[in-house]
Design a protein around this ligand. Structure first.
Ligand code: NDP
Length: 286
């Protein structure tokens, strides 16, 4: 049976460290580190995600604020709010919750967030940095996965790593981080003809697709490390990942559960990015 990689546990360890840094920051600068989130519209999943981010801020000792704009907000209105928060010295980290309503251009909105405050690291410049092996600001989900691998003593160096999914926020940066850690990396996607043939090669398999039970037992190499990023609802409405957890955990070496795996780590790394942005603004770190 696979060993469970406990995202909640690793998360609580990292949050405890952030809490110490936040308290020291408050002591020194007479204010708490601050995260601001802009949410456009009432997408139910986004409402829950943003609420969780605010709760995590409380837990680590940050101040947080959510600014909600109506579903029909114009690009100019969103950009105006971003500009206001970019110029607010009490805001260290800023993010715009995705997905945005269809009439808004995600790329230009996300790239309007000041680079120094970009808590999600979705800015085009951050994507470029990552390609050049500069890991100073990392997107939260892949950074969280790397932190979990490290905590469980799993070193990607020399390993066959397969990432399923090539989105800008998970798949691509995940592959870049595994490559930077000296893994031999393959990216599979919806046009990959025989997915199982590719995933069976993986010593470390990361699935970031968004389809329940896509990764089945016969697609996994015995002993592999299986990281499930997917967040789906099964036919009973229960939260589940991309991986058939029951089947795959019979032969994998390590596996992340859903919930309780990658999810909590993503929020934790958002806290980490915000803390680092606050310290960077004070010249305390590079
Ligand atoms: P996207 O929809 O942006 O990307 C999905 C990727 O999966 C695409 O690259 C797509 O390929 C690929 N894909 C789709 N179908 C298949 C298939 N049958 N076989 C192989 N590849 C396929 O999603 P995200 O990257 O934003 O998110 C992926 C999942 O992770 C979602 O469930 C999301 O909710 C979850 N998520 C979880 C987070 C967490 O903290 N736990 C954080 C972020 C996301 P193509 O490019 O060819 O279309």
């Amino acid at each position: 049976m696979a060993q469970i990689i406990d995202g909640k546990l690793v998360s609580s360890e990292i949050r405890a460290q952030i809490k110490i840094k936040a308290a020291a920051f408050e002591e020194k600068y007479d204010r708490k580190p601050g995260l601001a989130v802009i949410r456009v519209g009432e997408d139910p999943a986004s409402v829950v995600y943003v609420r969780n981010k605010m709760k995590a801020c409380d837990e680590v000792g940050f101040v947080s604020a959510t600014y909600v704009l109506p579903e029909n907000a114009t690009e100019a209105e969103v950009l105006e709010k971003i500009d206001e928060l970019n110029n607010d010295p009490t805001v260290d980290g800023l993010l715009v919750q995705l997905p945005l309503p269809k009439h808004l251009d995600e790329k230009s909105i996300v790239s309007a967030v000041a680079e120094s405050k970009d808590a999600d690291a979705f800015h085009t410049l951050d994507a470029g940095r990552l390609k050049l092996n500069d890991d100073s600001i990392l997107p939260c989900t892949p950074a969280g996965i790397m932190a979990m691998l490290k905590r469980y003593g799993i070193n990607p160096a020399g390993k066959e790593c397969v990432v399923v999914g090539r989105s800008d926020i998970v798949g691509r940066p995940m592959a870049a981080l595994l490559l930077a850690a000296d893994g031999t990396v393959t990216i599979a996607h919806s046009r990959t003809p025989d997915l199982g043939a590719v995933t069976r090669r993986a010593d470390i398999l990361v699935s970031a697709v968004g389809r329940a039970a896509l990764i089945k037992k016969d697609m996994v190499k015995p002993g592999a490390v299986v990281i499930d990023v997917g967040m789906n609802r099964n036919s009973e409405g229960k939260l589940c990942g991309d991986v058939d957890f029951e089947g795959v955990s019979e032969l994998a070496g390590f596996i992340t559960p859903v919930p309780g795996g990658v999810g909590p780590m993503t929020v934790t790394m958002l806290m980490n990015n915000t803390m680092n942005a606050a310290l960077r603004a004070k010249g305390e770190i590079k």
